[in-house]
Write a protein that binds this ligand. Structure first.
Ligand code: NOJ
Length: 574
């Protein structure tokens, strides 16, 4: 239906199918190898589709499989319209798309367009100051009064996320280019409309090929602050991405992309990764009436266990702080916009080790309870490979154990800056992205069934106990619990759409909240600690005739929760 009257224009899919979907993230490099080179590949993903269908997820999101020098494991793309030979071929990808669709699931590609690789043809051309592509990237002369290429001559003092400076000197042209992640990831200049059109064309090509949407890497960094786009330095900020994110043209660029690519098409899903996005930004960008994105990944809740803007600066995280943050987002996006829900992804340590208790005694219960809490919030849940059977952090104790560009850069800079090695290793052991990137533990055999060759990253030795095969056989496993949670979301309108209300906000052990839709109310009570917790029945109300919808423990004490026990109860609204 169309209408000329803008005030009456239908909103963009206010009840999109993705509101009842669960998305599963695949990090292809670590998922399943089939050719014995020790690196996961696309045929490996295809070979595991029945497992994913059995889990019950609706959408698969692939971290990048495009051609790439792999400086940042594929988040540095040198050709957006080809597959890296490491992962297979375009034909393999076509087959994966078809096989995914044949099982009733959808496939979403990672879209990394804040930056390209420095090996991308656009950037190679841009190196020539006379080229029409010079303006496709941010090029700047050396700081005034400094000899280009000498220490301190960078245009400003900004650091890159994975390198000491955001500016890299290019001796051939005597200028610097911007790369806010690493020198291998130069930032595209989205002010230039040819850049935008080239990205739109490429996206349409993928949609035409059959993909069902995009997960958009750091998409709120595409519109840079006015100070930078008008030729000045990056404004100094409090650190992190705060100073550079959510630029003045963000909404315009997103709405234009939506329009030009046709992202509002019924079958597509879009999720934008947005470090430094506030509730206000997220509400605006995901308000269906504005036709920008369906949902965004935000970071506040995964930045709470740090004492400063640096993730390596470790801090304790009291439960009330974490609960309050998720509740703030639930309330902020209650009436407009939509949340995405995640604890794990390829950039985060494993949730069960970080927020739960990965000891043999509590691993299973804590993985289930964290999942219960997350999946009972309102929004679209994301499951990261291995999370569904409780994979843990790896025993990474020496710098030689790490591979990730971010971890290695931190180690170099921090030790050079005088931080004791022990302290640096403790931060890495808690927060490194490498924990998420160990191969998926399919079974208890050597290399966990991931590869017949030498895995690119050591398999976690706990795979002999913790693996998909064992979990699938056990009706009480974390895997079985995820299946139940996914089914519950599919079946329950209250889980999808119900109003959220946090209870017991100051309780140090129990995470409790309700979800209410018309005359149905679900109460979630979850003990997020490794000690039993008395249920404060006076505050929760009488639970005698509450009906158990889903629980983690077979033996239930009406007055208390066991360590890491959670229950979803149907309670009376009055
Ligand atoms: C966010 C991605 O999730 C991360 O893995 C990557 O390093 C940066 N963006 C840069 O692309």
């Amino acid at each position: 239906m169309t209408t000329d009257h803008p005030a009456l224009a239908p909103t963009s899919r206010p009840d999109g199918w993705w509101r009842s979907a669960v998305v599963y993230q695949i990090y292809p490099r670590s998922f399943q190898d089939t050719d014995g080179d020790g690196i996961g590949d696309i045929p490996g993903i295809t070979s595991r589709l029945d497992y994913l269908a059995e889990l019950g997820v609706d959408v698969l999101w692939l971290s990048p499989v495009y051609r790439s020098p792999q400086v940042d494991n594929g988040y540095d793309i040198s050709d957006y319209q080809d597959v890296d030979p490491l992962f297979g071929t375009l034909a393999d990808l076509d087959e994966l798309i078809a096989a995914t669709h044949a099982r009733g699931m959808k496939l979403v590609m990672d879209l990394v367009v804040n930056h390209t690789s420095d090996q991308h043809a656009w950037f190679t051309e841009s190196r020539d100051p006379a080229s029409a592509k010079r303006d496709w990237y941010y090029w700047r002369p050396a700081r005034e009064g400094h000899e280009p290429g000498t220490p301190g001559a960078e245009p400003d003092d900004s650091r890159a996320a994975f390198a000491p400076s955001a500016w890299t000197y290019d001796p051939a042209s005597g200028e610097y280019y911007l790369g806010i992640f690493s020198p291998g990831q130069p930032d595209l200049n989205w002010e230039n409309e040819d850049v935008r059109h080239a990205v739109h064309r490429m996206m349409r090509w993928w949609v035409d090929r059959g993909v069902d949407g995009f997960r958009m890497d750091v998409i709120n960094l595409i519109s840079k602050p006015a100070a930078l786009t008008s030729g000045g330095p990056i404004p100094a900020g409090a650190g992190g991405f705060g100073a550079i994110a959510n630029g003045p043209r963000l909404d315009e660029f997103l709405a234009e992309m939506n329009r030009e690519v046709g992202l509002d098409a019924e079958h597509l899903i879009t999720v934008g990764e947005m470090p430094g996005a506030t509730v206000e930004v997220a509400r605006r960008v995901t308000d269906p009436a504005r036709r920008e994105l369906n949902m965004v990944f935000t970071f506040e809740h995964v930045n709470l266990d740090q004492a400063s803007h640096s993730k390596w600066d470790l801090a304790d995280l009291p439960l009330p702080v974490l609960k309050a943050n998720l509740a703030h987002w639930q309330e902020g996006l209650a009436d407009a916009g939509w949340n995405s829900l995640y604890l794990d992804n390829h950039d985060q340590p494993r949730a069960v080790s970080r927020f739960g208790d990965d000891s043999p005694e509590h691993r299973v219960s804590s993985a289930k309870t964290l999942a219960t809490v997350l999946h009972l919030h309102k929004g679209t849940p994301y499951v990261y490979q291995g999370e569904e059977f409780g994979m843990t952090n790896a025993p990474l104790t020496r710098i030689e154990h790490y591979q990730d560009v971010e971890s290695l850069n931190y180690h170099t800079l921090a030790t050079a800056g005088g931080t004791p090695e022990e302290e640096v290793l403790a931060s890495l052991a808690a927060k490194s992205r490498d924990h998420a990137r160990t191969p998926v533990q399919w079974d208890a055999t050597d290399n966990a069934g991931f590869t017949t060759g030498t895995p690119w990253f050591a398999v976690n030795p706990d795979h002999t106990e913790i693996n998909a095969e064992a979990a699938r056989r056990d009706p009480d496993s974390v895997f079985a619990h995820f299946q139940r949670l996914i089914r519950l979301r599919h079946d329950s309108e209250t889980v999808r759409e119900g109003r959220f209300a946090l209870l017991l906000p100051d309780h140090e052990q129990i995470w409790a909240f309700t979800r209410t839709l018309e005359d149905e109310r679900l109460l979630v009570v979850a003990n997020c600690s490794s000690r039993p917790a008395e249920l404060p029945l006076q505050e929760l109300g009488e639970l005698d005739d509450a009906e158990l919808v889903l629980g983690t423990h077979a033996d239930r004490d009406p007055g208390r929760l066991a360590a890491w026990e959670s229950r979803v109860l149907r309670v009376r609204t009055l």
